[in-house]
Design a protein around this ligand. Structure first.
Ligand SMILES: C[S@@+](CC[C@H](N)C(=O)[O-])C[C@H]1O[C@@H](n2cnc3c(N)ncnc32)[C@H](O)[C@@H]1O
Length: 412
């Protein structure tokens, strides 16, 4: 059977749907068709039944095979019969025999997805509104995420076992909060665009009742607004009948980066007691992930380096603010943040006889534990932002393993 390239299939279907259903299609049609190609036996948002039938007819002029039910383990068989799609150009194609289903909210570049797919999970819905992040996601997973989660009707999201979300942290992060305080702007839940996104997660949980909710955020979430923010998060989750466990975990025994994050795991049936994995051991050294040959364009200018040193000296005297040092490559890097690309002050690599250099995007990918085959199709600046926003995959992987063990076995 000749296979059809997934991008070509998506483009053909979108074009034909626009012609056949004028006025009915939405600006999310590309995401909708892409999701459907990965999970053809699911309803997906913004793709009506008649549109799906139209897609089936176009791709293979036969009806979907009868008698194939919708149990998770049989997705692959169904999909092979119906849609002979070629995913060979993407490094992380949909899993063939899924053990469970998950959704990827605030998906960024898919840090959660890599870990969950490795454990046999099938992603049945993803959402991310940043266009460059969507491009990286598509290049790696062959799926364009849906956009603004606030515009998604929660009842149209496919059923799933685990809801994953590293929801935006600016409203709660130390840097974000102090910047907003100094501008007299609201932080936390009162932050006008990003603060309420946690409640979008809650409306999905309420409608879809996944077995488990797996969240990640900055460590400052716990103490934000003297603990009130975190108390609201915990009580909102508990009020929906979920258990609530959290732990602050430093990633540095698994990746050479100091990155303490708050991980929250909430199971629907409170008799299944989740325990966080022990993540201990000596921190890894930054030198273990450095590239050998680095282009001279990563070396910062004499002028920038002199400016960094001057500002650092002044601020150290005042005891506040900006500090930039060369990293000790025998120790883990400082936390990589979205703004790293601006001046690199969080982590500069010393070089003899010249100013230090920035990390490369590939080194940032390694600091977050991304596999080497992960594609970086965007500009340097966007790549720094995307890896700075992302999760430390090895931590997610370890926690996810303990989650998956508690999910009911399928087909037994
Ligand atoms: C902390 S990052 C999560 C990164 C992700 N966990 C990863 O592994 O790359 C939060 C993401 O939420 C996205 N975001 C913010 N508001 C959104 C919204 N209303 N709808 C969809 N995505 C949104 C941001 O663009 C950002 O990429």
């Amino acid at each position: 059977m000749t296979k059809i390239d997934h991008k070509e299939a998506r483009e053909t279907l979108v074009k034909s749907l626009q012609e056949t259903f004028p006025g009915e299609e939405s600006d999310e049609l590309g995401a909708a068709v892409g999701h459907w190609l990965q999970s053809p036996n699911h309803d997906v948002p913004f793709l009506s039944t008649s549109m799906r039938k139209h897609c089936c007819r176009l791709l293979q002029s036969s009806k979907p095979p009868k008698g194939v039910n919708k149990r998770v383990g049989e997705d692959h068989e169904y999909y092979q019969l119906l849609l002979p799609i070629d995913w060979s150009d993407i490094p992380f194609p949909p899993v063939e025999t899924p053990k469970f289903k998950f959704i990827d909210l605030f998906a960024g570049i898919g840090g959660f997805r890599i870990a969950m797919q490795e454990l046999g999970g099938k992603c049945v819905f993803s959402s991310e509104w940043d266009l460059p992040a969507k491009a990286t996601y598509e290049a790696n997973f062959g799926e364009v995420p849906y956009g603004d989660i606030r515009r998604i009707d929660e009842t149209t999201i496919p059923d799933h076992d685990v809801l994953c979300a590293g929801f935006p942290c600016q409203p709660f992060s130390l840097a974000g909060v102090s910047a907003r305080n100094s501008l007299n702007q609201a932080s936390g839940f009162a932050h006008e665009t990003q603060g309420t996104l946690f409640f979008d997660i809650m409306r999905i949980v309420k409608a879809k009742r996944p077995q488990c909710v797996f969240l990640e955020n900055v460590k400052n979430l716990v103490g934000h607004d003297r603990g009130k923010t975190f108390a609201v998060i915990e009580s909102s989750i508990r009020s929906l009948g979920y258990d609530f466990r959290y732990e602050l975990i430093d990633a540095s025994p698994l990746v050479p980066q100091k990155r303490v994050r708050c991980y929250m795991v909430c199971f629907r049936d409170t008799d299944r007691t989740f325990a966080f994995p022990k993540i201990e051991g000596a921190p890894l050294p930054l030198k273990s992930i450095l590239e050998e040959q680095v282009d001279p364009s990563f070396t910062i200018s004499e002028r920038l380096w002199a400016g960094h040193q001057r500002r650092t000296r002044n601020n150290l005297e005042r005891g506040t603010g900006f500090t930039a040092f060369c990293a000790d490559i025998d120790k883990p890097a400082n936390t990589i943040v979205a703004r790293y690309g601006k001046d690199g002050k969080e982590c500069l690599i010393p070089q003899s006889g010249k100013p230090p250099r920035m990390l490369t995007p590939r080194e940032c990918a390694r600091l977050q534990g991304f596999p080497e085959e992960f594609l970086i199709p965007v500009s340097k600046g966007q790549a720094y932002k995307q890896f700075g926003n992302s999760v430390a995959i090895p931590v997610i992987r370890k926690i996810a393993r303990n989650i998956v063990e508690l999910l009911p076995r399928r087909g037994t």
